[in-house]
Design a protein around this ligand. Structure first.
Ligand SMILES: C[S@@+](CC[C@H](N)C(=O)[O-])C[C@H]1O[C@@H](n2cnc3c(N)ncnc32)[C@H](O)[C@@H]1O
Length: 319
């Protein structure tokens, strides 16, 4: 399952080609932020079999699906991207405190007209559910994830979990929730696909700073989200909604509805409501120029547009 991203395969190809080219080799340490059920992490692991891929998310339902479905090379960590990354590094945590204390320093010329994609869902569910605005966890439904059928990894929203699915049990990778990543900072690639709009601007800026510290020099951050081009407001407006967006939103709302009705997921759905009750999606849709400015001020030496499809875009930044 992925966020609604028109042309998702081309985005994934752009990430992979850019990472290989910038690094001059395949990445060996990869971080996927807000990885949801782990589909992108799994794909990156398949593309780069030598890589250790770590995905972070906070949604108990999606984490359970990820833990059940990802291969051993993918580690799944339960953590809040609005807070410090689970990295054992005091200097990073100190930087985080300072940055968050400074508050939101978004320049006035930042595009704000699209800042609200919509209201938070009831119970604080991610905006990838039923609301408009393109924040679907899965617009272009992934392989095997069907609007009215199987969940990713084969779990059925209205049926039993597949063998080995452990929504309330131990993690498939044996790690503890809220565990810590290794202390070194050598990540080659960090991705965030349809994730950062959940966070308030100051939290995104703090996250970029943490990512810059977590990446090895020359490492790549790719952030894909609803990122309008503030130089083309009428074009952006005309492209809203993207083809297929409404249908994808409906499919995704139905998917969550089916999950919510499945008794197997009742406990996880309650946990999920608890998680997002205090973290309603910010639905922030900063322009590419906003994200580029945030990345540069976080210390990335380069930042710019890597990919665009309509109102969705991916910013790449080099640490
Ligand atoms: C629209 S989904 C995208 C999932 C995945 N990146 C993909 O492309 O399939 C956004 C993800 O961000 C996660 N998320 C939102 N806020 C978060 C937070 N504060 N900390 C960690 N993950 C968060 C959600 O749980 C959800 O899995």
């Amino acid at each position: 399952m992925t966020g609604f991203v028109p042309g998702l395969p081309s985005l994934e190809a752009a990430i992979a080609v850019a990472a290989d080219a910038v690094l001059g080799r395949s990445p060996v340490r990869v971080l996927d932020l807000g990885g949801g059920p782990g589909v992108l992490a799994e794909r990156m692991s398949a593309r780069w079999p030598e890589a250790a891929v770590t995905m972070i998310d906070i949604d108990p339902v999606l984490l359970a699906l990820a833990r059940d479905g990802v291969p051993p090379a993918v580690s799944v960590i339960d953590a809040d991207l609005g807070e410090a990354l689970p990295i054992n590094d005091d200097s990073i945590q100190a930087d985080d405190s300072k940055l968050l204390a400074e508050g939101d320093t978004v320049p006035d010329d930042v595009l704000r007209s699209g800042a609200l994609l919509g209201d938070a869902l009831p119970n604080g569910a991610p905006s990838g559910g039923a609301r408009s605005g393109g924040a679907l966890p899965n617009g272009a439904l992934p392989d095997g994830a069907l609007p009215n059928g199987a969940l990713p990894n084969g779990a059925l929203p209205n049926g039993a979990l597949p063998d080995g699915a452990l929504p309330d049990g131990p993690r498939s990778d044996g790690a503890r929730s809220h565990g810590a990543l290794p202390a070194d900072r050598g990540y080659d690639l960090a991705t965030a696909v349809m994730t950062v709009h959940y966070l308030r601007p100051e939290r995104i800026r703090a996250l970029y700073r943490r990512c810059r510290r977590a990446l090895a020099p020359g490492g790549l951050l790719v952030v894909a989200d609803l990122m309008p081009d503030d130089g083309l407001p009428s074009v952006m407006s005309a492209l809203n909604p993207a083809p297929g967006e409404a249908a994808a939103e409906l499919a995704w709302a139905q998917w969550w509805g089916e999950v919510g009705e499945a008794s197997e997921f009742a406990g996880l759905m309650e946990s999920r409501a608890d998680v997002f009750r205090s973290r309603p999606p910010a639905n922030f849709a900063g322009s590419v120029s906003w994200h580029v400015a945030a990345a540069r001020s976080a210390g990335f030496r380069e930042a710019g547009l890597l990919w665009r499809d309509g109102r969705h875009a991916a910013m790449a930044a080099v640490a």
